[in-house]
Every structure is written in C-alpha cells, then in structure tokens.
Design a protein. Structure first.
Length: 149
C-alpha cells in the first residue's frame, strides 16, 4: 500500500513539475530546479524543494568557485562552513563552469558525470539551492547545494 501511495504521489508531483514549463521560469534557479526534478522523478526519486538558506549559500559558493573551483572554500575551510549554524543529516554540492547561462545544459552535464549524477539522484536530499554567477573572466560559475534535515 505504501508503494502504491508513493507512486501516486510521484505521479502527482511529476504532473506539477511538467505543467510548469521552463520558459515560464524567470530565474535560472527555478529552471535548474525544474530540470533536476524532471530527472529525479524519471528516476523514481522524490523532487526537491527550493530552500532560501541553500540558495544564499549557493550564491556564496558560486562566487567562490571563480576564485577556487573546488569543493573547499578559498580559505581552505570545508564547504559546510558557508552555513553559520545549520546542521544537516545529508549535504552535497555540485559545481560547474560554462561559457553561457544554460540551465538545461548544466543539469545534462551533471547527469553525465557519475559523481554529480549520484548527488542529483540521492534519495536523502529533500531541498536544494542553486546559483549562477558571471565571473570577471566572462564564464558562468554554478553551485548547487543539496541537503536534508
């Protein structure tokens, strides 16, 4: 019975996700969320919700990625130090750099990388934040933070 309920819930969420066209999404974070949730639903994983705290952290991390493109902060601290007091049961980060701000291409690139794909499809994550910052070098730096309580 639980499996049936979960399937119905995922189908309802899939309908909601597909009904909201990416063309309607005014912001890149909404477009990324849209494409990530399509991938997750197609894989049988619950969709993610956009979280303001994670969006704020992703903006900091995207800006830092131009300085140090790594899963460490420019000063050497762990990524999670971007949060003042947050405590997550699960936490993950995806980074990317591109020549143009194309949300669908970024999600496709993450899906083509085994480690990024594993992060995107991690069933433990319930929420995410994502940001894209145009660097001084003209390239776009992306950071996606995913977590669960």
């Amino acid at each position: 019975m639980k499996t049936w309920r979960r399937m119905v819930s995922l189908l309802v969420l899939a309908f909601i996700v597909f009904a909201a066209s990416p063309a309607m999404a005014a912001e890149l974070d909404q477009e990324i969320l849209h494409h990530v949730n399509i991938v997750r639903i197609n894989a049988g994983v619950a969709p993610l919700a956009l979280d303001r705290e994670l969006v704020a952290a992703s903006y900091v991390r995207a800006a830092e990625a131009e300085v140090n493109f790594a899963h460490r902060r420019p000063d050497g601290r762990e990524v999670k130090s971007v949060f003042a007091n947050a405590s997550f049961a699960w936490f993950g980060e995806n980074l990317a750099v591109s020549k143009k701000a194309d949300a669908e291409a970024i999600v496709r690139a993450w899906m083509n990388s085994p480690t990024h794909r594993a992060n995107l499809l991690n069933r433990h994550y319930t929420k995410m934040g994502v940001s894209c910052v145009k660097g001084n070098d003209g390239r776009y730096y992306w950071a996606q933070e995913m977590a669960s309580e």
